[in-house]
Structures are given as structure tokens and as C-alpha cells.
Write a protein that binds this ligand. Structure first.
Ligand code: MN
Length: 431
């Protein structure tokens, strides 16, 4: 899954914007230098940052009340990959797409691989789906998949995962992400321990079928669709699963999959501590699993999460290799614009975290200076790093301002002509 700088899509040069940028960046670099911090190290870090795009986020999402697609949306996996390639071209930070099976049409894998090669797009983790019944499927997941009391339903769910692994092998994936909707809506509906044991048992079989260089990610979620007791409802349950499966099983933290006010950076720290942080599904939420743009509601939390990640990177924690992916539902925004905005927000949060003076912070922590310790973090967080991330993108051939560059190139208008028929696929997007 080598990174490839993409494609023949041209970004129109804007000499005035370029001149302003160079001035802004050199002023920022100079100001940071005066405070003993170094812009170049942060630029280099942002240049290395990569996040995967989920195939389902390239078209408009929706709620159970409705879906309002826009013109020129991708109708096929090829078209989704075209859009993903553009997001990478403009942000220089999103070189891979994450497939969802069976939402993505993979009947001609040779063609899919050929398209991906042409577009310079790689494949990230593969995602299974046992939270919906598929056409022609003999047994229903209404009462769960791996946690279902019926052995036949569990077998069907396992077979699906084995197929997903086979597809993943062929496209060069290195991870399987499993999110289970299993749970109950009413007390007494299912055995709380029995359902968890069944899930663990099924996952053990799936884990054993993954190649030895793959990771298996389990993702927790407190509620929805199960409103009373989700089987993998919290990071504790996810951790128990990962620990009982083996070394290659790790926990995925979907930022929106937490109850309001949960301290997610603390969860990240705990998972890092036991070597079980697999990666992230980036998004944001105000109330619950709102699937909003990362950084749109709680940017300080996003920064504090990246702070934990930068610390782990600096300390070279054994096995630290987080997989980054976006998992959002774009119900109102143009999906491409929202993804451009998201990658930019992630680049900014990472850049800010790279600007924390760790020696200073450690000294304030050791002497118990609460005010100065917090100020050290806030000084990094409050730095306007926009010129810094723009510079990182520029050096990798991306755009200074991805959203403005996207609007200037008229891509959506062109696609509205090329992609006239909007396929109505009102699929749930809250993985
Ligand atoms: Mn997710």
C-alpha cells in the first residue's frame, strides 16, 4: 500500500495566494523559533500523516427521516475512487480508501484493482456488514449476528467475514474492521453474558482466518441500533475481546461512539498503555453518534487525542501503529468538501500536538504547576497552524486551501454532467 501522489487533476496556480502563503509561513516559523519550537519538524510530521477515506462517505448520507443527495455524486465504486483520488490530490494526506462489503460492488475485482492503480489509490482496512440483511440471504440478523442465539445465523455471519477477508487479501488490505450491531432493546431479551461469549467465540474463528500480517479491529458503540444493551458497548468490552483474541487484535476508537462528555483522550491513553490502540474512526458529535465533521464541535478534544498520539510516537511505545480512518455521514455538506475539510482539521490537530513543548510540560507536571502545565498545552493548541499545514500540503503537491481549490476547479459541475443519474441508496452510514 505504497503512497502515490496522484493523477492528472490540475490545481490552478494562484500566484497571489502563493506569495501570501510564503510570507505567512515564514512569519509563523520565525515566531515559533523565538519560542524554542520548530516549524520544520511539524511540517515534516504533517507530510507523513495519512488517513483513509471510507467509500461510503463519498456520497451523501442520511438519517431515517430522509436523504437529500446532491448532483454529480458517485454512482459506482470507480466514481468513488475518482473522488477519493481528488481528495488525496488536494490534501496530500488521504491515499487509501476503505471498502465496505457488500455496499461496494466488487464483482469484477480485476477491474477495481486496475482502476485503483490508474487513480493511484490504495486500499485500507476492509469492513464487514452483519448489521443488515442482504438480498438473497437465507437467515436474518434481526436478533444479532455473532451474538445471535441461533448457531446457523452465527455461521452465516462467520462465512461473510471469511469472504470479506478473501476480498481484503486480493486488494492488499492489512486489516479487518468489525462493528457489530448486536445487542438488545429490552431487559430480558438476551443473556448479557451469553451473547458476549458467543461474539467472542465467533471472533476467535474469524481472527484465526486472518493472515498473520493483518490486524483485526473491534469497534465499540454505546447504543443504536440496540437501545438497552449493546454487546460491544464500551472500550472495556472491546479491550476484553482484543485481549482474548490475541496480539493482532486491537481496539478501534470511533470518536462519536461515546456518551456525551466521555473523556476520549483518557480512553486513548489507557488503550495505548496496554498496546491495544488499533486506530481511529474520526468524526465528531454533539449528542451521540452524529457523524459530524472531525473538529467541528470539540476541536480541543481532538487536539488532546493527538497529544496522546504524539507522546506515544515520541516515546516509541512498542507496537504503536495507529490506523487512521474517517467515518462520517455527510448529510448536508458536499461529501468531497467535507472530506477536504476533515483531512485539514486532522492535519491541524496533529500539527498543534507536534508543537507542544514536552520537556516544559513534563517539568510543570513534576513540580505540580497546574497553571503552567495547562498553559503549555494551550500555547500549542492556540497557535494558528494553518500556514504550517498548507506548507506541508504544498511540499507534497497538494493545495494550500483544499476547499477553495476544489471550488475553483469546477469538479462538481463537471461531474453533474458526467454522472446524471443519482442512484438512491439510502444506506445507514453509522458504522
Ligand atoms: Mn465507525
Amino acid at each position: 500500500m505504497a503512497t502515490t501522489d496522484v493523477s492528472p487533476i490540475a490545481i490552478e496556480p494562484d500566484p497571489a495566494a502563493d506569495r501570501d502563503h510564503r510570507r505567512d509561513f515564514s512569519e509563523l516559523a520565525e515566531r515559533l523559533e523565538r519560542g524554542g519550537r520548530h516549524a520544520e519538524a511539524a511540517v515534516a510530521a504533517v507530510q507523513r500523516f495519512e488517513v483513509a477515506l471510507p467509500s461510503w462517505a463519498l456520497a451523501t448520507g442520511g438519517t431515517r427521516f430522509g436523504r437529500f443527495p446532491g448532483p454529480g455524486e458517485p454512482r459506482t465504486l470507480r466514481e468513488k475512487m475518482e473522488d477519493a483520488a481528488l481528495v488525496h490530490r488536494l490534501t496530500a494526506g488521504a491515499p487509501r480508501i476503505s471498502l465496505h462489503i457488500p455496499w461496494d460492488d466488487l464483482h469484477d475485482l480485476g477491474e477495481v484493482l486496475n482502476d485503483a492503480r490508474q487513480l493511484g489509490i490504495g486500499f485500507d482496512a476492509v469492513n464487514s456488514n452483519t448489521f443488515q440483511d442482504q438480498p438473497g440471504q437465507p437467515l436474518s440478523y434481526k436478533l444479532g449476528s455473532f451474538g445471535n442465539p441461533s448457531a446457523a445465523v452465527r455461521r452465516q455471519a462467520i462465512e461473510h467475514h471469511l469472504r470479506v477477508i478473501e476480498i481484503g487479501k486480493q486488494v492488499g488490505s492489512r486489516a479487518l474492521s468489525v462493528w457489530l450491531a448486536d445487542g438488545s432493546n429490552y431487559p430480558g431479551q438476551m443473556s448479557l453474558r451469553g451473547s458476549f461469549d458467543r461474539v467472542r467465540e465467533c471472533l476467535q474463528e474469524v481472527y484465526a482466518a486472518t493472515p498473520k500480517d493483518w490486524r483485526l479491529f473491534t469497534e465499540h458503540k454505546p447504543y443504536e441500533p440496540a437501545t438497552y444493551a449493546t454487546v460491544v458497548q464500551d472500550w472495556g468490552s472491546s479491550l476484553v475481546l482484543a485481549q482474548s483474541l490475541g496480539e493482532r487484535a486491537q481496539c478501534l476508537v470511533d470518536l462519536g461512539h461515546h456518551l456525551p462528555n466521555t473523556n476520549v483522550e483518557l480512553i486513548v491513553a489507557r488503550l495505548l498503555d496496554v498496546g491495544k490502540l488499533g486506530g481511529f474512526h474520526f468524526n465528531d458529535s454533539k449528542y451521540g453518534d452524529d457523524d459530524l465533521t472531525a473538529g467541528s464541535i470539540k476541536p480541543y478534544m481532538l487536539f488532546l487525542i493527538f497529544h496522546e498520539l504524539v507522546l506515544a510516537e515520541r516515546e516509541r511505545l512498542p507496537g504503536f501503529d495507529p490506523a487512521y480512518m474517517i467515518d462520517q455521514s455527510h448529510n448536508l455538506k458536499d461529501p468531497i468538501e467535507s472530506l477536504l475539510q476533515t483531512v485539514d482539521q486532522l492535519q491541524q490537530a496533529y500539527a498543534k500536538a507536534c508543537l507542544v513543548d514536552h520537556d516544559e510540560l513534563a517539568a510543570h507536571q513534576a513540580s505540580g504547576d497546574v497553571i503552567m502545565a495547562e498553559r503549555t498545552l494551550k500555547r500549542a493548541y492556540e497557535t494558528d497552524v494553518r500556514p504550517l499545514v498548507a506548507e506541508a500540503r504544498r511540499r507534497r503537491g497538494g493545495a494550500l486551501d483544499p476547499v477553495l481549490a476544489f471550488r475553483a476547479m469546477g469538479y462538481r459541475a463537471q461531474k453533474s454532467v458526467e454522472r446524471p443519474a443519482v442512484v438512491s441508496t439510502a444506506k445507514p452510514t453509522h458504522l
